[in-house]
Structure formats: structure tokens, C-alpha cells
Design a binder for this molecule. Sequence first.
Ligand code: NDP
Length: 487
Amino acid sequence: MTELAKRAGAPAPSGWTYAPAPESTEIVRLRDRYGLFVGGEWLDATEHYTTVAPRDESPLAEVGQASAADVEGAVAAARGAFGTWSKLPGSERAKYMFRIARILAERSREFAVLESLNGGKPIKESRDVDVPLAAAHFFYYAGWADKLEYAFPNRSPKPLGVAGQIIPWNFPLLMLAWKIAPALAAGNTVVLKPAETTPLTALLFCDVVRQAELPPGVVNIVTGDGSTGAALVDAEIDKVAFTGSTDVGKAIQRRLAGTGKKLTLELGGKAANIVFDDCALDQAVEGIVNGIYFNQGHVCCAGSRLFVQESIYEPVVEKLKRRMATLRVGDPLDKNTDVGAINSRMQLEKIEELVAAGTEEGAEIYQPPCDLPEKGYWFAPTVFTNVAQSYRIAQEEIFGPVLSVLTFRTPDEAVEKANNTPYGLSAGVWTEKGSRILWMAERLRAGVVWANTFNRFDPTSPFGGYKESGFGREGGLHGMEPYLDFS
Ligand code: NDP
């Protein structure tokens, strides 16, 4: 028997047992109740709600529900701080930002544990991706703070004023960094609203803001549900930066029409991950798995539609299923875990509904055997084959660990099918031919196209969408522009 044949016949190591490797939660000191962080102080909120751990639904803390009046107070604090902050030399602003970056790096374990506890994502992801990237964003934008005139030559860049920033629950700390770092570097002050289900790392960040001795009012954090977000959109701010669902993004755009407030939207996606028959197959399978099961598929740029060239359909699906059987689903705080908990009951119900629709419409479902914990919100990694382009699972953003597999024969067909969606956030191409990568990248209507990799992020690289995936870019110099006035 050849070595390859032996390996092909070997059982997938799904039966291996891993000794539990739980990360201790002791490093995190939660308060029983949090207020709102306004003007450098903690203010009491009149109402509160409980935020829970998705892994077992246990309550973690009481969090303030900011009212419209609370939001106005936060905006007033940001406005008050703007005069001083915007007039500081860029090199001074940079010092504060470098300090924030360093503190984030120093307290990275605490942030990683809290992110996994409150959001449900595997600790190895929050530890190795979310927190280091968040610190990297502050480092990167700190570097630009005193170089704006060089970054935008002959355009007299000036800060806008107060930015209202609304972020989702899938990358709570990282989205905070994507929003706050460029805004501060450009000389703006901010009021940020984290998502209702994942406020805790943003609240811990307030501690970092104080530790860095950032002038009071430069960063304000108001927690609450969608009504708090809506109040922020309506408040006396100069710019709205929103990441979240396309529906809410559209509602915000309608609300802002004619107000003169600037807007950037980073919305949903239904990315095509396109695999050609000349690719390195095993690497592609790793990329497919990373593309859809990273962060339980709670990723706007997740590679949720897999397009496989017809000639390699069988081996790709077979290898994919074998690899899926090795994924370890379970406690987000266990260092072995690959796929953690679903963020909330609401999101779990949405995933279940769309998966049921996929089966009803005629797609074939595969889920590897895995024991899901009894408590908490869980969904097994799932792949659908026999999917038609018209099925809901091929059209709608599921935002869960669910992959739809489709096929194509020619590059033209791949492009046509990949672009057949209202979204246009990201795409992936797997092939050994550089010329084909460039040919595809030119034609794919997606803000980011990864070649022979997927879900790679870097603070220097702009990220954003086409069509219903939004407009404006975050990251890189492009990410500074929306926070500057050039008139
Ligand atoms: P939302 O778009 O509702 O939430 C994003 C943020 O906006 C949250 O902070 C939310 O607050 C806030 N918000 C809600 N309503 C309003 C409003 N009217 N005005 C201003 N801000 C508002 O996403 P969901 O959390 O409800 O998720 C729903 C779906 O959206 C997911 O299933 C997924 O498909 C998609 N999604 C896409 C994301 C992306 O990155 N592209 C990120 C998150 C979700 P609150 O948390 O209190 O609702």
C-alpha cells in the first residue's frame, strides 16, 4: 500500500480524546453592575439588563441601558473634550494611543478570557487573533497621528468632531479598536455603543482609557440595546460609523439622509470561496474550514458559499467532511476548542431556521458527530451539498457555522455565480496560477479578495464592501479618511 493510500484510509482523528485544558477565569474581575462611561467617570444608568455567558447562560454582570438623555450627555462630554483633543499636536495624541496599545498587550490575557466568556468564541481565537489585532490597530494608527499632512498631502486634513460608533457582537474588542483608533488618531472624540450581548470588553476598555490617562471625554462608552444605538444616530454628532446587519445599516442611512452627518457602513456578506482544480487541495480545505468555522461563522466576511470546480468536487467534499470530523466543539474557555458557543439564543434560532429551510428546499446536510454541551447555545459545524443558487442558504447571511457547497466548470461561470448575491464584502480564490488570481480579483465584486488564504487581517489593509455590504473602508489610510474633513 502506498503512503498516500494508507493516509487516505486512516480514520479521521475525531475519536481522539483531549484532556481538558481550561483557561482560568480568575484573571477577570467583574463588577456586579456597570454604569455608563462618560467624561472619564462612571455614571449610573436608570435601567439595567443582565449580560450572560453563551457557553452556559450563566449571568455575568448587570449592564446599563442608556436612554436618549444618557446618550446626549455622552455626546456633550465628547463635544467638550473635542476642543482640547483636536488641538493637541499629533505626536501627543500618538503617545496616548501607543500607551493604550501597550496596555492592551500587557492585559491581553484578561481581555481574551473576558471576550471568550461574554462572546462564546474559542479562547485560542480571542488570545491569538482578536486581542493582538486590537492592540495592533492602536499601534498602527498611533503612527499616523502626527503624519496626517504627509498621509494626505495638499488636502489640509482636519478632524470632524464627535463620532458616534455602533459595533456588533462578533468581534467586540476588535471592532472597538477598528472604530476608536482611526477616530482618535485623526483628532476626533467618540461615543461608542457596543452590542447588547457583548458589552464587557468595551467596559473593561474604559479601565484602559483611564490607565492611559486619556483626557476625560475623549472616549465615552454607552451600553444598551438597539434603541441606544438609534439615539446615538440621532444625537448631535458629526459622523456615524456602523458595523452590523444590512437592515439596520439601511435604516441608519435613511435616518441620516439630508442631515449632513457623515456615514460609513460595514454590513453583511455572503462570501464566495472559489476552489480551482489546480490548487493545493489540503491547504484549500484548511482555508475552507477557517473561512466558515472560525468564530462559529459569526464573521461578516465568512466564506459561507464554497464554489468547487466540478472535476474535484468529490475529493474536496470528502476531505472537507473528514476535516470537519476533527473539529472540537465545546467550552470556549478550553484551549483545545476549535468551535465555541453561538453568541445568543436569538442568533441560534436564526441559524436553526435557515438550516431547516436548507433541508426543506432540498439540500443535503452533513454534520460530524459531536457531543454538544447541554447548557448554553450550540450548533454543530454543518455543510450543505446539492445546493441551488436560489436556496435561502445560498442567498442569505446565516452568520453561523454553516457552509453551502456549489460547483462551477469555468472561471467565467465561477465569477458569475460568485457575484450573484446582493452582498460584496469578500471572496477567496484557490489556484496555483497567479494570472488566474489577478483575472478573478478584477472581476469579483468584493471589497477584499484573498488568494490561497482566507480571513487574513492586518491594520494596514483596508477592509469594506460593495453593494449591500456597505461603503467606506476601515483599516489602512483608507480607514482614516472617513474621520477627516478636507474642505
Ligand atoms: P444589528 O445590526 O441589529 O446590530 C449591530 C449593532 O447595531 C448593535 O450594537 C445593535 O444593538 C445596534 N442597533 C440595533 N438596532 C439599531 C438601530 N435601529 N439604530 C442603531 N443601532 C442599532 O445586528 P444583530 O446583532 O441583530 O444581528 C442580526 C444579524 O445581522 C445577524 O444574524 C447577522 O446576519 C448580521 N450581523 C452582521 C454583522 C457584520 O459584521 N456584518 C455583525 C452582526 C450581525 P443591539 O446589540 O442592542 O441590538
